[in-house]
Design a protein around this ligand. Structure first.
Ligand SMILES: NC(=O)c1ccc[n+]([C@@H]2O[C@H](COP(=O)([O-])OP(=O)(O)OC[C@H]3O[C@@H](n4cnc5c(N)ncnc54)[C@H](OP(=O)(O)O)[C@@H]3O)[C@@H](O)[C@H]2O)c1
Length: 327
């Protein structure tokens, strides 16, 4: 496993880290025993950074991570998120009082006195124009409730606005073979300010694994069944907003570019690591075997310039016209 510096935090985190949404909720049935086995395998393989949120299974994901921390002596960093408990989810809800209460709840779930990294959880755009909220986050750092803070965003424009606040250490954004716009302007701006970038949805919700086909079935409580058109949250979070059939065709073409020694999963993750602005990819995983395959992506040499060019062409031909300008 290779490690990269996370913003100005001084932490060096695994370039393949762990996304803990699926082990909380919204991905069909998951068994906590499988989830714990996956988490332990991640630590065995050198993963030291875990991304979760207070709403993933209403604390279930956070509590599994607390248990992992109890059971392992290794230093691990846990990033959580707040804001999505608001109902309705509106900008005015992002205030000092509400955030303080959300933080207290995450402190309890994670069995700790200070959150390592708190991220605003894809708030409405107006929140980025509330400097007093970022002032409150600075106060939480001073009080010792959180060590650092960052944001999780839907859109490049939100990311660019967020990094104007000097306390923002990290931006979590969708970045993968089907979502390439962040690399155009945002990555350079983030690098100038030494802001860490967490590449989420790196496998386009599983599409980029190459294992899905037109007949694949998803449980009713899996967002890949219920959110394809943004019925419950931003449609970009499901299959990166790419129409399913188009995605399958593009994956078949990408698969032909993959060196023999890599799986499609590893090719997709290694592609993300080609961008030095990215601190880490945070693939979700429910099983230890998935974790091992994902972590293995860090061990491969860089992809060839030819493979990078061909992958860009597939994006430009099939995917870009459908999604590029939405996020
Ligand atoms: N708003 C936000 O801030 C936000 C939104 C979305 C995600 N995130 C974060 O980003 C993380 C990653 O995104 P994501 O989980 O949505 O999508 P993802 O990482 O693109 O896809 C994860 C899913 O792909 C499948 N998979 C993973 N590794 C595999 C392997 N080696 N072989 C076969 N299948 C594999 C698993 O599902 P199956 O086994 O069921 O196919 C897994 O749950 C999340 O866990 C979460 O921490 C944050």
């Amino acid at each position: 496993m290779n490690y990269r510096e996370l913003g100005r935090t001084g932490w060096k985190v695994s370039e393949i880290s762990f996304g803990a949404w699926a082990i909380g909720s919204a991905w069909g049935d998951v068994d906590d025993r499988d989830s714990l086995a996956a988490l332990h395998r991640a630590v065995d393989l050198g993963v030291n950074f875990f991304d979760t949120a207070d709403v993933y299974g209403d604390g279930r994901s956070e509590r599994l991570l607390a248990r992992l921390k109890r059971e392992r002596p290794e230093e691990i960093v846990i990033a959580t998120k707040a804001g999505r408990r608001l109902n309705p989810h509106v900008a005015a809800g992002y205030n000092r009082e509400n955030l303080s209460a959300f933080i207290d709840r995450s402190l309890q779930n994670l069995e700790t006195d200070a959150l390592d990294l708190l991220q605003l959880h894809c708030p409405p755009t107006a929140v980025y124009y509330q400097p007093e909220l970022f002032g409150a986050l600075d106060d939480f750092v001073r009080q010792g409730k959180i060590r650092y803070y960052g944001v999780s965003v839907e859109k490049v424009e939100q990311a660019l606005k967020a990094i104007e606040y000097p306390g923002v250490q990290t931006v979590q954004i969708i970045f993968n073979l089907f979502r390439q716009r962040p690399a155009e302007l945002f990555f350079g701006e983030a690098q100038k300010r030494k802001v860490g970038i967490l590449a989420r949805v790196p496998l386009a919700s599983g599409l980029l694994t190459g294992k899905l086909n037109p007949q694949s079935q998803f449980a009713a409580d899996d967002h890949r069944a219920f959110n394809r058109h943004g019925e419950q949250f931003d449609r970009g979070e499901t299959f990166s907003g790419v129409d399913y059939e188009t995605g399958l065709q593009a994956v078949a073409e990408l698969n032909a570019l993959r060196p023999d020694e890599m799986t499609m999963v590893q090719f997709a993750l290694r592609w993300i690591l080609m961008f030095e602005a990215v601190t880490c990819a945070i693939p979700g995983a429910k099983f230890a075997g998935q974790v091992a395959e994902n972590a293995g992506a860090s061990d491969f040499p860089p992809l060839s310039a030819e493979a990078m060019r061909a992958a860009r062409e597939i994006y430009e031909g099939r995917v870009q016209p459908l999604v590029h300008h939405y996020w």
